[in-house]
Design a protein around this ligand. Sequence first.
Ligand SMILES: Nc1ncnc2c1ncn2[C@@H]1O[C@H](COP(=O)(O)OP(=O)(O)OP(=O)(O)O)[C@@H](O)[C@H]1O
Ligand SMILES: [Mg+2]
Length: 259
Amino acid sequence: MSKRIDVADLNVYYGNFLAVEDVNINIDAKTVTAFIGPSGCGKSTFLRTLNRMHEVIPGARVEGKVMLDGDNLYGSGVDPVTVRSQIGMVFQRPNPFPTMSIRDNVLAGIKLNNKRISKSDADGIVESSLQGANLWNEVKDRLDKPGSGLSGGQQQRLCIARTIAVKPEVILMDEPCSALDPISTLAIEDLINELKNDYTVVIVTHNMQQAARVSDKTAFFNIAGTGKPGKLIEYAETATIFSNPSVKATEDYVSGRFG
Ligand SMILES: Nc1ncnc2c1ncn2[C@@H]1O[C@H](COP(=O)(O)OP(=O)(O)OP(=O)(O)O)[C@@H](O)[C@H]1O
Ligand SMILES: [Mg+2]
């Protein structure tokens, strides 16, 4: 488990609109990488290209390469469904299936991939995934209750459990804490810190303290103006980005002197 991602010369389009231009980035296995930058600079758009979620939008396409341990995810014959099971995604709003039980929510991704599993294998996956998401102790006595009965923070950890259950190599998270209270946010941050023992994690966040707390490396994206493409401006160790960035725009953004 856990692979590296190397992106080369990536352009991302919505129809004719070039939303993100010429990204080159190398993300090591078993690290946490934060994507930061102002609203509209293309963080979510770029993140979605990393597991081929971008192309489900009509007219959306990419140019360039995204390599998972050297294999181009956009190579001919590569199945996007397989890509999405190797590179899982957690969204801004916790999105468990509301009427499904906690147990079935954890197993939902596996069933989507058409894998048949025995009851005892399923029980094992449910327990280990919920443990991996730091949720097991809170829900082990109510696995058959609906996922919607959990708090927002618990629902987000349930979504992380669902992502872990398919045994991905990489976990992408788009502002996973923005709908959560501070305590749940810290619980997710602790969890991210543990996840990197087993997975490569990429997180989009607007919260500078969060980026500083959870990530090893930070990528700052920016946009020159409306209608212009977003670009990767600077990518370095998180401590460097926050204390000694090389680009003025990075410094302005991380110190709050922006827009
Ligand atoms: N489905 C879409 N169709 C067309 N354009 C889109 C679509 N989604 C995003 N865009 C455009 O692409 C650009 C980048 O948007 P994106 O959502 O990736 O930014 P972001 O950095 O994630 O912003 P935020 O911090 O507000 O989430 C914006 O100009 C946006 O309007
Ligand atoms: Mg976004």
